[in-house]
Design a protein around this ligand. Structure first.
Ligand code: C5P
Length: 237
């Protein structure tokens, strides 16, 4: 079950990140490197360090740009040797298709394992009211997530990042082989939802069919991150 747990390394330095990887790897299958850590300037070294420890990496840089730029950036992600990375589904089918093609070509050329590419649907910090009132998306949130998931699948991507509340909707829209990765995980014992709005407990997210649950602050900001990771693993087993 630990393969399903992805710990978000949302910390300020390489030292802190590597310390967490060393402490948590018995209980966590994937480590997520996001913009915060990558932007410290040590992004590449951090990726190399995690790879050297044989842990899987989810590079969460949420690319969102024109097709040519994102396709070229995706090739760089292939070279880094990450297990998965993501783009925003709202970049559109042309962009997602260009990424899927670039990643397949690059992996064939280099002989390296092809990273899985995920599409971010709607951030878990966005509520249905914000989506409609502020971002002016007229579809109800769940229908919009299902629509973006179908678009990602048709464009050749491997899965989506969505809220745990939308796992079943995405499964119904895209089938059992499509990867569903869910942040917005809050164990019953975690004190705060922080800025997350659409949340669920780890056990419930796994029960509903998540392939990976992404957990940041409930583990890394816990007084004892190892205890928190152990407890989380027990909870989903
Ligand atoms: O601390 P917390 O568990 O809320 O961390 C969730 C992690 O997942 C953060 O690193 C955040 O950037 C990321 N994420 C998210 N919602 C998405 C995609 C990624 O919260 N849709």
């Amino acid at each position: 079950m630990k393969e399903k747990i992805c710990a978000a390394l949302d910390v300020d330095s390489m030292d802190e990140a590597v310390r967490l990887v060393d402490m948590l790897s018995p209980y966590v299958g994937v480590f997520k490197v996001g913009a915060h850590l990558f932007a410290t300037g040590e992004g590449k070294r951090i990726i190399d360090c995690i790879n050297a420890r044989n842990s899987k990496i989810f590079l969460d840089l949420k690319y969102h740009d024109i097709p040519n730029t994102v396709a070229n950036t995706a090739k760089v992600a292939c070279g880094l040797g990450v297990y998965m990375f993501n783009v925003h589904a709202t970049g559109g089918a042309a962009m997602m298709g260009a990424v899927a093609k670039a990643v397949r070509e690059e992996s064939r050329k280099t002989g390296k394992t092809r990273p899985k590419v995920l599409a971010v649907t709607v951030l878990t910090s966005i509520s249905g009211d914000e989506l409609q009132g502020e971002l002016k998306v007229s579809l109800p949130l769940e229908e919009y997530v299902a629509h973006l998931a179908r678009l990602a699948e048709k464009s050749g991507l491997d899965g989506v990042v969505c809220s745990p509340n939308e796992i079943e909707i995405v499964r119904r829209a895209c089938g059992k082989d499509f990867l569903v990765v869910t942040p917005g995980i809050r164990p019953a014992w975690s004190v705060s939802k922080d800025d997350q709005k659409r949340v669920l407990t780890p056990a419930e997210a796994i029960k509903r069919g998540a392939d990976y649950i992404v957990v940041g602050r409930p583990i890394i900001k816990a007084d004892d991150p190892v205890e928190a990771a152990k407890k989380l693993l027990e909870e989903i087993q």
